[in-house]
Design a protein around this ligand. Structure first.
Ligand SMILES: Nc1ncnc2c1ncn2[C@@H]1O[C@H](COP(=O)(O)OP(=O)(O)OP(=O)(O)O)[C@@H](O)[C@H]1O
Ligand SMILES: [Mg+2]
Length: 260
């Protein structure tokens, strides 16, 4: 890959807990993400996925090692400087959507843009554009309580991309969804990652999502174990089969993860 990386993590070590309970959640993780890629981060429960995502997203500081976001080294920055870095370069998608129940879809996205300093006019324009981009043009004025799980996650994705961040990080974006909605969300993330100004990294337990990814990074016990192309990910042991209608890998067996 010749394009400049958008996100680099170098030798990340993270210690968590105190005294005797102290553990090394990450034991020297290095990772480089490029624009136009959809990457999955997979591994057993407790392997360090959320910790790594939080460090890549500059929510958590590493014990040692460095994170370089869009060319800017996050090391040694104050909490306020890190918040600024996040606002300029990062979008987040969570398992639980984290929408405001009293605001409609449009206002949920607009609020995130207000916080990032966009003018009211620009926020309104971007919010509507991003909701249309995730297929919710007809639900702009619906409140979260009247939306399905898949639609709520689409609002959350619209919110994450609305400020055009270079990096979108998603922690188990489909685990609260049924199979059909889960696949629709993966398809959407795959499509959004094709933008050559953007990279998307998603944590998932679900091996059925592998065929959507350009890269699959496996983490185990705080260390990156192996990496594969999504389309060529290791095919091992028992696995879920890919449902029909996807990107042509129907019926191939995929690796089953420990706590999928
Ligand atoms: N605040 C904390 N204090 C102490 N240990 C922690 C803390 N947060 C996480 N850990 C530990 O760090 C390790 C990595 O946790 P992490 O949440 O990154 O795992 P994960 O891969 O995201 O797991 P899951 O798939 O269950 O979400 C685990 O052993 C966990 O118990
Ligand atoms: Mg986690």
């Amino acid at each position: 890959m010749t394009r400049a990386p958008i996100l680099e993590a170098r030798q990340i070590v993270k210690e968590l807990g105190e005294g005797n309970a102290k553990i090394q959640a990450l034991k020297g993780v290095s990772l480089t993400l490029h624009p136009g890629e959809f990457t999955l981060l997979m591994g057993p429960s407790g392997s360090g996925k959320t910790t790594l995502l939080s460090i890549l997203g500059c929510i958590l500081s590493p014990t040692s090692g460095s994170v370089i976001v869009a060319g800017e080294n996050a090391s040694g920055r104050s909490a306020e400087q890190l918040a600024d870095l996040r606002r300029r370069h990062l979008g987040f998608i969570f398992q639980a959507y984290n929408l405001f129940p009293t605001l409609d879809a449009l206002d949920n996205v607009k609020l995130a843009l207000d916080v990032r300093g966009f003018s009211a006019e620009e926020a309104a324009k971007r919010a509507e554009e991003s909701l249309r981009a995730v297929g919710l043009g007809h639900r702009l004025h619906s409140h979260p309580g009247t939306l399905s799980g898949g639609e709520k996650q689409r609002v959350a994705i619209a919110r994450a991309i609305s400020s055009s961040p270079a990096i979108v990080l998603a922690d188990e974006p489909t685990s609260a969804l049924d199979t059909e909605n889960g696949h629709a969300i993966m398809e959407l993330l795959q499509k959004l990652a094709k933008d050559d100004q953007r990279t998307i990294l998603a944590v998932t337990h679900d091996p059925r999502t592998i065929p959507y990814a350009d890269r699959v990074i496996e983490i185990e016990d705080g260390l990156i174990k192996e990496e594969a192309n999504g389309a060529e990910a290791p095919v091992e042991a028992v696995g879920e089969t890919r449902p029909a209608g996807g990107s042509g890998k129907t019926g191939r067996k995929r690796k089953q993860y420990a706590n999928a």
